[in-house]
Design a protein around this ligand. Sequence first.
Ligand SMILES: Nc1ncnc2c1ncn2[C@@H]1O[C@H](COP(=O)(O)OP(=O)(O)OP(=O)(O)O)[C@@H](O)[C@H]1O
Ligand SMILES: [Mg+2]
Length: 244
Amino acid sequence: MGLLEIADVSKSFDGRKVLKDISLELQEREFVTILGPSGSGKSTLFHLIGGLLNPEQGSIKLNGENITGKRGFISYMPQQPSLFPWRTVLENVLLGQELHEKRDVEKAVAMIAKAGLSGYEHSMPNELSGGMKQRVAFIRALLSPQSLICLDEPFTALDGFTRIDMHQWLLSIWSEFQRTILFVTHNIDEALFLSDRIIVLSSNPATVIYEVKVPFERPRKSNLPLENEFLKVKKELYEAIGGA
Ligand SMILES: Nc1ncnc2c1ncn2[C@@H]1O[C@H](COP(=O)(O)OP(=O)(O)OP(=O)(O)O)[C@@H](O)[C@H]1O
Ligand SMILES: [Mg+2]
């Protein structure tokens, strides 16, 4: 049994089918990426997993329990880093825990330090750069008690330099904390660099068209995207997407 089991999920908006018969399974501690074109329905899939929307068909299970249409079972970082502007960095980071009534300030401060944000605990979000805000939102997701973290294109708004740093940072945190991550992106290099497994969606309506187990060893080196083995898997992915 997987940690997350999505079986035959479909969703339409105004009679237009966006997701069609989506099935996928996540094992505990896996890093899986959903790769799909803009508008294909990736965020919609996350809204379904998070119980913000109900599918018209299919079921979603977490640890064998049916969570279809139920909220609060996953930790979710939305596409825009939604920090509360009137709360400090520390107060924002603690929010996910507050909702579950167990604040652990010490752990939060340690995580803020790990993210390279020591000294910013009491800063307000508008004093931070885009990359810093992303890190705060990510720490909040990580500190929430749920076993599954869903990250919706967390790095899309960042420049290339910051994005490479954030990839390394995310992987180092993930390997230390051993959580299960479901990640969404439309960036092929990012998907290959980060994941254990990639699931490719088509669009109109989205179906699973390809799945690949990423063969690169961990920890991943920063020059991996220049290696032949990387380019080979990337080529296969391009062909799979081109044929969609
Ligand atoms: N609440 C809604 N009501 C009506 N249509 C919606 C709603 N949410 C999403 N859609 C439509 O569903 C389709 C998929 O949207 P979604 O946001 O899931 O795409 P996405 O893959 O996340 O795109 P992007 O990569 O640009 O974030 C789009 O055509 C969008 O207009
Ligand atoms: Mg989206």
